[in-house]
Design a protein around this ligand. Structure first.
Ligand SMILES: [Zn+2]
Ligand SMILES: [Zn+2]
Length: 86
């Protein structure tokens, strides 16, 4: 048994998440893991659960938010490679 470090639930299917720095965190569900670990978009403040984008060391949920905050580099960000299908 392991206890979730966010909500305190002692759950037999709790799991660990290891970060790039080697820290290990224990959660009982993905929602608690997102609450604790997901980066926050610097433009709209939502939790970034998907890939998101990183520009100049800042995290954004999508290309629109990156463009809104980061000038030249943000303008180069696209959510998907290639153009919309025609
Ligand atoms: Zn929890
Ligand atoms: Zn955003």
């Amino acid at each position: 048994m392991a206890t979730c470090e966010v909500c305190g639930n002692d759950y037999w299917m709790a799991f660990e998440v290891r970060t790039v720095s080697g820290d290990v965190h224990t959660f009982d569900c993905f929602e608690c893991a997102v609450h604790k670990m997901a980066p926050i978009c610097e433009h709209c403040q939502i939790k970034i659960v998907g890939h998101g984008v990183e520009v100049s060391g800042r995290f954004f949920c999508c290309a629109h938010c990156a463009r809104a905050e980061e000038g030249d580099q943000g303008a180069q960000i696209r959510d998907a490679v290639g153009a919309r299908p025609t």
